[in-house]
Design a protein around this ligand. Structure first.
Ligand code: SF4
Length: 344
């Protein structure tokens, strides 16, 4: 038995022709799934009966145990128990003009950022292509939730799961399958430098870079990956990104009270950004029991930090905290079910 979404369209088409069917049958299967929302092969009534039988005997979709929490602000967090018993989470965030799913790429994470609950649990394994895609398929076609944007900002460092991430993105962009425009998909990296240029070469989706500290000293502490690839190595790599691929680089900064939200950090960020076409997204730290010593930034500090960047000519956005009450906000995802009430 094979997982249906472990195939690309090309490899599934090859499978179809290898089994004596015309290649257009592959397109018919995708049409049932993505145009008619039918994933049960037995109901694909314009396929010959023997071919339907062959599909049933050979292909399956992940059978996950799924639990869901709904925040008072409408955000929904999905806790997926995978077939090997490991768990991941994805978060659906509805806004006025867009609905975004924050997708996981790994079970846990090896990078140990010092403000992140996922980092605390350590790394278990990479997600497969079909496990990445199943999070999205579940939300779109089982929950029937509208979805306009995807951000790979859930559990894990996406660029450390390079091949599965890229092949999943191929199907996400494929008009006959998920059909997301490349501008609607964004991948956030903690700074896995050797994979940045190959990723930009391989896909044309947006890449965001999580910085948080704007000096090596600060970033070495909060994001230990900086000890391996420091800020100057990171900048040198980003400066090589062709302008045609990336008009402006998005940098994310987790704002932690009196740690990363200071005036000095803002001024150092301006120095770091010099020479790059950049925009900055400030993410106010989401307080939680795992890091009781870390506090959310005060509004006046957030504004001061933002103004320093804006005066230097950079576009700055401030992330709204969503799903905090269900531990669904940025940096709060974990494989462990939390205390809050879950519903199936
Ligand atoms: S912030 Fe991202 S890269 Fe860092 S530990 Fe958490 S999941 Fe990993």
């Amino acid at each position: 038995m094979q997982q249906f979404f472990s195939h690309s369209i090309e490899s599934f088409t090859d499978w179809v022709t290898d089994h004596g069917q015309p290649s257009y049958r592959a397109g018919q299967v995708y049409e049932w799934m993505f145009a008619k929302k039918v994933f049960d092969f037995s109901q694909m009534t314009n396929l010959p009966e023997n071919f339907r039988k062959l599909l049933i005997e050979n292909f399956t979709l992940p059978a996950w145990k799924i639990e869901k929490q709904v925040s008072t602000d409408g955000t929904q967090k999905f806790h997926f128990e995978l077939e090997d018993g490991k768990s991941i989470e994805a978060v659906w965030i509805p806004e006025k003009n867009r609905q975004t799913l924050c997708v996981s790429s790994q079970v846990g994470c090896a990078l140990k950022c010092q403000f992140c609950v996922t980092g605390l649990q350590g790394f278990a394994r990479n997600l497969t292509q079909e496990e990445i895609l199943e999070q999205i398929r579940h939300v779109m076609f089982v929950e029937n939730l509208p979805l306009t944007n995807l951000v790979f900002m859930g559990m894990g460092e996406p660029l450390l799961n390079f091949e599965n991430l890229c092949s999943a993105i191929d199907l996400l962009k494929e008009p006959k399958a998920f059909g997301f425009g490349h501008r609607k998909i964004s991948v956030s990296t903690a700074g896995t430098v050797p994979k940045i240029l190959p990723f930009i070469d391989r896909t044309n989706v947006s890449l965001a870079v999580s910085l948080t500290g704007s000096t090596d000293e600060t970033r070495n502490h909060w994001m230990p990956i900086n000890q391996k690839y420091n800020l100057s190595i990171l900048k040198e790599t980003l400066m090589q990104v062709p302008q045609t691929k990336w008009k402006k680089i998005m940098f994310e900064v987790v704002m932690i009270h009196q740690k990363t939200d200071t005036e000095e950090q803002a001024k150092n960020l301006v120095k770091f950004l010099r020479g790059m076409k950049a925009k900055v997204n400030l993410i106010p730290y989401n307080e939680n029991e795992h890091f009781p010593q870390l506090k959310a930034p005060k509004r006046e500090d957030l504004m001061k930090y933002r103004d320093i960047l804006m005066k230097a000519g950079y576009y700055v956005s401030i992330r709204k905290n969503r799903g905090q009450d269900i531990m669904g906000a940025c940096g709060q995802l974990s494989s462990h079910l939390n205390q809050a009430k879950m519903s199936s």
